[in-house]
Ligand binder design. Structure first.
Ligand code: IPE
Ligand code: IPE
Ligand code: MG
Length: 247
């Protein structure tokens, strides 16, 4: 697989990247267009980002498409986003399937239309054995909801005392490695209730670039930054194998 020349090919790329695709509204506003045009362009950028991740050797991408808090937005914007989600489930899943890409969804489903929920399940089922790459879409997702949901499952299963592993194995992303890299576009330096449990040791990368302007060069910059991080997980630098030290 062809790797970008500016990256250090001797250092592993993250196997799982999580992205908050933020800045769509501001991008549109700057172009004197309705906010929703930013979401439309943002979807195209997501498609390109999937290709770029595959090209660069990343195996899993989890993107925040709609938070549990985003229902508070004006109805016209929420309706547009739901429609965009439905259309992309209709037209893009086949394309993912053809390319051996697995589609996954995480989040609550009770506030989506039956049509959307049916298409999510159909898409997950169709692509479940695909092995090249996994794209997970987080919609009506919240990190706090995810943890509470896991604990409720444990209670329903009669657990009296729980371990970290018990919670982990009941989270929505239980079957994927934790993201090694978290990217947020749009200039905000916050998590906004994304993958709270899973990001305990994730490397964070923030960029002012608005999501509709994100591209492969930007992704490579994030990967280069990741490759320069010394991931100590509580240990000292000297305890790390030589190839993991950065100083
Ligand atoms: C992110 O872009 C997409 C969603 C939250 C659905 P925004 O819509 O938050 O864009 P800004 O932050 O207002 O520019
Ligand atoms: C986070 O973006 C959620 C998504 C990108 C889907 P927001 O734009 O909703 O986050 P805040 O409100 O600025 O924290
Ligand atoms: Mg935003």
């Amino acid at each position: 697989m062809k790797k970008a020349s500016s990256m250090d090919e001797t250092i592993a790329v993250p196997s799982h990247i999580a992205i908050i695709m933020d800045g769509n509204g501001r991008w549109a506003k700057r172009k004197i267009m309705p906010r929703v045009m930013g979401h439309k362009k943002g979807l195209e950028v997501l498609e390109n980002t999937v290709k770029d991740c595959i090209d660069l050797g990343v195996k899993n991408l989890t993107v925040f498409a709609f938070s549990t808090e985003n229902w508070k937005r004006p109805k016209i914007e929420v309706d547009f986003l739901m429609n965009l989600f439905l259309r992309s489930l209709e037209y893009k899943i086949q394309q993912l399937h053809k390319n051996n890409i697995r589609f996954r969804f995480i989040g609550k489903t009770d506030r989506f239309s039956d049509e959307i929920v049916a298409k999510i399940r159909k898409g997950e089922d169709l692509t479940k054995n695909n092995t090249l790459f996994t794209i997970t879409v987080a919609a009506d997702y919240g990190g706090r909801w995810d943890i509470v949901n896991a604990v409720n499952h444990l209670i329903q299963n009669g657990y009296q005392e729980i371990t970290e592993n018990d919670i982990q194995s009941h989270l929505a992303l239980h079957d994927l490695p934790e993201p090694e890299l978290y990217i947020r576009t749009g200039g905000e330096i916050r998590i906004s209730n994304f993958l709270l449990w899973q990001m305990a040791y994730t490397e964070f990368y923030f960029t002012d670039t608005l999501w509709p302007d994100f591209n492969k060069e930007q992704l490579i910059l994030a990967l280069e930054s990741f490759q320069n991080r010394e991931r100590r997980f509580g240990r000292t630098s000297e305890q790390l194998p030589i190839h993991e030290r950065r100083e």
